[in-house]
Design a protein around this ligand. Structure first.
Ligand SMILES: CC/C=C\C/C=C\C/C=C\CCC/C=C/C(=O)SCCNC(=O)CCNC(=O)[C@H](O)C(C)(C)COP(=O)(O)OP(=O)(O)OC[C@H]1O[C@@H](n2cnc3c(N)ncnc32)[C@H](O)[C@@H]1OP(=O)(O)O
Length: 302
C-alpha cells in the first residue's frame, strides 16, 4: 500500500506545469497558453501519461531505462495509470510507446523472479496478471506504438492492445521467448496469441521461443503495420482517428464480445495461475535456468 501511495501518479494541469516550466527557465512562454488547455500529464518513476482531452487520446510513455523491464514499481505505475484513464470520461483511446532508445520493453524484470521466495512470487504474478487484464479488457481503443525491441512481457503489451504499429527496423525483435528463458507463457497470454496468430503459428512460436524481426512479425500478423521509426507515433495517432470514427458503445460491446471467453477463463483460473507460478518459479531447476539466462545477458556486454 505504501508503495502504491508513493508511486501514485499525480495528474497535474498542463497549463500550470508549462507555466511552471517557463517560470523555472526564467523565459517567456513560447506557446500560447490555450495550446495546453486540454492537456493533462502525469509522471511517475517508470511511466508518463499525457492526455489530450480535446482529442480523447492519452499517450503512455514507458520511461524506465535501461530497458523498460517490468519490475514491481513499473507494474504498480501501469495499473494506477490505467485505472485513472479508464475512469476519465475525456479519454477514449490510449497509445503505448517508449522513451527508451531501441527498446519498447524487455518484458518482466527477471530480477523480480530470481532469488525470491513464494510470497514475492505471488504478489509479483498478481501484478503481472493485473497489467494484462487491465489492458486486454480496456474500454479504450488501445494502440501499441512499438518503437523498439519487444520480447516476452513487451510483446504481451502489444498483443493485448487492439492494434500494433512497429518501427520498420529489422534489428528490432518481438515475440514470446519465455521458453528460452526457461519459463512458460501463462495460458491467458497463450490464448491471446492464438487469437492473433492462430493455433499452429502460436504453437511454433511458443515452443521455439521465437523472436521475430519487425518484417517477419508483419508477415505472420504479430504486428499490423510497419512504418519508419520517426512515424510510429504519428501513425498511431492517425490510426486512432479511424477507430474513433466508430461509436464507442458498439465498438466496446464488440470488443468485449470478442474477448469474453478469454477473460472468463482467466478470471475463473486466476488464483490457480498464481499458485502455479509461485510453485514453478521457485523450483531449483527454474531458478537455475533464470540464473544462467541472466548471466548470459550480462556477459553480452563483457
Ligand atoms: C507448468 C507451468 C506452470 C506455471 C507457469 C506459470 C507462469 C509462467 C512463468 C512465467 C511467464 C512469464 C511471462 C513473461 C516473461 C518475461 O517477460 S521474462 C523476460 C524476458 N525478456 C527477455 O528475454 C529480454 C532480455 N533482454 C534483451 O534481450 C535485451 O536486453 C534487449 C533486446 C531488450 C535490449 O538490448 P540492449 O539494448 O543491448 O540492452 P542490454 O541487453 O545490454 O540490457 C541492458 C541491461 O538491462 C538488463 N536486462 C535486460 N533485460 C532484462 C530483463 N528482462 N530483466 C532484468 N534485466 C534485464 C541487462 O542484463 C543489462 O543489465 P546490465 O548488464 O547493464 O547490468
Amino acid at each position: 500500500m505504501a508503495s502504491v501511495l508513493r508511486h501514485s501518479a499525480k495528474f497535474t494541469s498542463g497549463i500550470s506545469s508549462s507555466l511552471a516550466a517557463c517560470a523555472r527557465n526564467g523565459t517567456a512562454c513560447a506557446f500560447p497558453c490555450h495550446a495546453f488547455r486540454h492537456r493533462n500529464s502525469s509522471t511517475s518513476s517508470k511511466i508518463r501519461v499525457d492526455l489530450d482531452s480535446s482529442t480523447g487520446v492519452a499517450v503512455m510513455t514507458l520511461q524506465g531505462p535501461p530497458v523498460n523491464s517490468m519490475c514491481m514499481d513499473f507494474l504498480t505505475d501501469f495499473a494506477i495509470s490505467m485505472e485513472k484513464l479508464e475512469l476519465d470520461k475525456n479519454c477514449r483511446g490510449l497509445i503505448l510507446t517508449s522513451a527508451v532508445p531501441k527498446v519498447f520493453s524487455a518484458g518482466l524484470d527477471i530480477m523480480e523472479m530470481y532469488g525470491k521466495g513464494p510470497e514475492h512470487a505471488t504478489v509479483f504474478w498478481r501484478a503481472v496478471q493485473e497489467m494484462w487484464f487491465k489492458l486486454y479488457s480496456s474500454n479504450m481503443v488501445t494502440i501499441a506504438a512499438v518503437n523498439g525491441s519487444s520480447p516476452a512481457g513487451g510483446c504481451l503489451l502489444a498483443l493485448s492492445s487492439d492494434y500494433r504499429i512497429m518501427a520498420d527496423n529489422p534489428r528490432y525483435v518481438i515475440g514470446l521467448n519465455e521458453a528460452q528463458v526457461g519459463i512458460v507463457a501463462p495460458f491467458w497470454l497463450k490464448d491471446n496469441m492464438v487469437q492473433t496468430l492462430g493455433h499452429r503459428q502460436t504453437e511454433k512460436s511458443l515452443q521455439l521461443a521465437q523472436l521475430y524481426s519487425a518484417p517477419d512479425a508483419l508477415k505472420i500478423g504479430l504486428v499490423d503495420k510497419l512504418v519508419p521509426e520517426e512515424k510510429v507515433l504519428s501513425t498511431a495517432t492517425e490510426t486512432m482517428a479511424k477507430w474513433f470514427s466508430i461509436p464507442d458503445h458498439s465498438r466496446q460491446i464488440t470488443k468485449s464480445m470478442m474477448r469474453k471467453q478469454t477473460i472468463d477463463k482467466f478470471l475463473s483460473n486466476r488464483e490457480t495461475d498464481i499458485n502455479n507460478f509461485a510453485n514453478f518459479v521457485t523450483k531449483d531447476s527454474i531458478q537455475k535456468s533464470l540464473g544462467t539466462y541472466l548471466a548470459k545477458l550480462k556477459k553480452k556486454k563483457a
